[in-house]
Design a protein around this ligand. Structure first.
Ligand SMILES: Cc1ncc(C[n+]2csc(CCOP(=O)(O)OP(=O)(O)O)c2C)c(N)n1
Ligand SMILES: [Mg+2]
Length: 392
């Protein structure tokens, strides 16, 4: 899909012919529309009784593949830049591309997203320049995008905090009368499996449930919270937690971009129509390290990583496109070439990022400034000037 085209319209243009069987084999509690082998499942009745399907044109399928390849390549470039000392740290999305592109494209233009620090794929789908998070992790700005313009809040490092911000925002748009219609707004809050143990997330569940907030809690269960495995967070599947808070929960194959799109679109539309919150557990895997500061070989075995490699979110879309002759070799080469070009461009621009003047940290603290802040800025300026002419 075109960059900056949040959501797209799955039914526009020529529809791809139905291609496969009706019902997913395997885990009945996991919504899946595209198997790891690239077999397409037309529709699935979820354990919630809802029928999930997508109805994309061939062009839209190719667009999703392009998104997946681009976000993986840009992410790999960011990791490389960190390794070369150009970023302070990087939290890679490797392995989670489908969860992010599927949900990111399911958002309608008017929907508001609240990310963690790993949602580079969602950021891309929202049409934000992918350089933005690199400025943040290079330490030269605070993020830099306008959350209102792109409907994508600032990255949040404090685990789970954004779920409360999202819930407050969702309650606010209801009070403003912005929900309840076809073009009404909905909110999505991203968080991880580890975050489900935080008080903030559980408080957000309570408030959203009780106030019927128009929102989707989107948990990317990537199996780890740094080195802590899932079994240290929960005794039951995470999506089942929703029942205790009084709203629906569903588990989707987070490595399946089609299923993730279908489930997220449905949940968002339910929310915008006044049916309240829901929890989506996107079952996926963090293929890389937690961040570039982490060494996952200390706490997980290679065979586990290999097992998940066989469920790669991009390979299965490629297999599907090839099998169904929706894309030819020239298309795949062209996408790789675009990804290479964009990553080179990203690198060039990161290296050219100016270092900010230290005094600018006082800018944008308050919308209208404050006398105390002015005083601190003046004091800091005098301190910095005291170094002038010295070797330090
Ligand atoms: C309140 C808080 N506690 C601890 C941390 C340190 N910390 C950073 S990431 C992380 C693990 C988060 O795991 P998860 O929610 O599964 O998200 P993932 O990184 O796997 O995407 C922790 C504990 C933090 N940033 N904020
Ligand atoms: Mg995690």
């Amino acid at each position: 899909m075109a960059m900056g085209d949040p959501g797209g319209t799955p039914t526009r243009g020529r529809r791809a012919a139905p291609r496969s069987k009706k019902r997913a084999a395997g885990d009945p509690n996991l919504v899946q529309l595209l198997t790891p082998e690239g077999e397409r499942i037309d529709s699935v009745i979820g354990p919630d009784g809802i029928e999930y399907r997508v109805d994309f044109t061939d062009e839209e399928y190719r667009g999703l593949y392009r998104d997946l390849v681009l976000v993986r390549k840009l992410d790999a470039e960011a990791t490389a830049l960190q390794r070369q000392g150009e970023l302070g740290i990087w939290a890679s999305l490797l392995g989670q591309e489908a969860a992010q592109v599927g949900s990111g494209r399911a958002l309608r233009t008017q929907d508001m997203a609240f990310p963690t620090y790993r949602e580079h794929g969602v950021l891309y789908c929202r049409g934000i320049d992918p350089i933005m998070p690199l400025g943040l992790f290079r330490g030269v700005d605070q993020g830099g995008w306008d959350p209102n313009e792109f409907k994508f809040n600032m990255y949040t490092i404090v685990i789970g905090a954004q779920t409360l911000h999202a819930t407050g925002y969702a309650m606010g748009i209801t009070m403003d009368g912005k929900t309840g219609t076809e073009d009404g707004e909905a909110v999505i809050a991203y968080f991880g499996d580890g975050a489900t143990s935080q008080g903030d997330v559980n408080e957000a569940f309570v408030w959203a449930g009780v106030f019927n907030a128009p929102m989707v809690f989107f948990c990317q269960n990537n199996q780890y919270a740094i080195s802590e495995p899932l079994e240290r967070q929960t005794r039951i599947p995470l999506y089942q937690r929703a029942a205790g808070f009084g709203f629906p929960g569903i588990r989707v194959d987070g490595n399946d971009v089609l299923a993730t799109y279908a489930v997220t679109r449905t949940a968002l539309d339910n929310a915008r129509h006044g049916q309240g919150p829901s929890l989506i557990e996107a079952y996926t895997y963090r293929m890389g390290a937690h961040t570039t500061s982490d060494d996952p070989t200390r706490y997980r075995i290679a065979s586990e990583v290999e097992a998940w490699q066989a469920k790669d979110p991009i390979a299965r879309v490629r297999a599907f496109l090839e099998k169904q002759q929706i894309a030819d070799a020239a298309f795949f080469t062209e996408v790789d070439e675009q990804a290479r070009r964009e990553s080179v461009h990203l690198r060039e621009r990161v290296l050219a990022m100016p270092n900010p003047e230290p005094v600018t940290m006082f800018d944008h603290v308050y919308p209208n400034g404050s006398p105390l802040l002015d005083e601190q800025r003046a004091q800091f300026s005098r301190y910095m000037e005291s170094f002038e002419g010295s070797a330090h």
